[in-house]
Design a binder for this molecule. Sequence first.
Ligand code: B1M
Length: 210
Amino acid sequence: MAGYEDLSKAVLKGDDDQVKSLTKSLIDSGNDLLEIINQGLIAGMDIVGARFKKGEMFVPEVLMAARAMSEGINLVKPLMAETDIPTIGKVLVGTVKGDLHDIGKNLLAMMMEGAGFTVVNLGVDISPEQFVEAAKEQKADMIAMSALLTTTMVSMRDTIELFKEEGIRDKVRIIIGGAPISQEYADEIGADGFAPDAATACDLAKGLLA
Ligand code: B1M
């Protein structure tokens, strides 16, 4: 009989079909739905995150694993009541205004989902006003901004300033990343943290929302 470890391994391999069939078989055998998510699907993505951080896995493999995990989650979620779905917190992920680079941002969104966050992927070219509006509407715990251009990273500062002007800066944690971003820049603009890659961002976010 299939077990949680088989499911984790299928996620690690990025094998959509195997993830779907193992998830179905675990559901049909009456396994606890939360255990399927935590001990099978998310456990697989945890290994992916650790290997990616060590340079043992690369972006395309991570994206495949994250997609396979999502296929499994999509089978389990409809069977659970909304309140039964565990979440570390709600994170809004977006690439800043004027910036259309979305590969790293999508990787971040998928890995955060795999790490147990509720993720809303806002997309690219997100203005400070859109970040603030979405944070209010969605009652977000965290904003994760991505920028790939030196010309657009300034929008991160504008976004943080707008959160302050709106009087809601203390309601959300704000983390930033992307190729031109550094810890120094995060400190300078008053972000709560910087991560050089998506796996580190998951650890950073867990620490901030714990
Ligand atoms: Co563009 N581009 N691009 N580009 N592009 C770069 C970024 C560039 C460095 C290339 C270069 O010149 N060497 C350069 C920026 C120079 C600079 O500002 N310093 C550049 C430029 C100039 C441009 C245009 C202006 C080119 C032009 O039109 N003249 C233009 C701008 C368009 C716009 O955005 N308005 C442009 C356009 C494009 C394409 C559309 C062709 C395409 C994007 C396609 C897409 O995203 N759908 C593209 C691409 C693919 C790149 C490169 C080649 C690759 C970027 C990428 O996806 N990397 C890039 C050069 C490079 O990086 N080698 C380049 C893979 C991805 C996984 O990495 O996004 O860095 P990355 O994410 C990493 C980390 O940064 C981190 O996690 C990921 C790893 O785990 N991370 C976060 C990212 N966001 C995070 C958020 C967090 C935490 C971590 O939050 C907490």
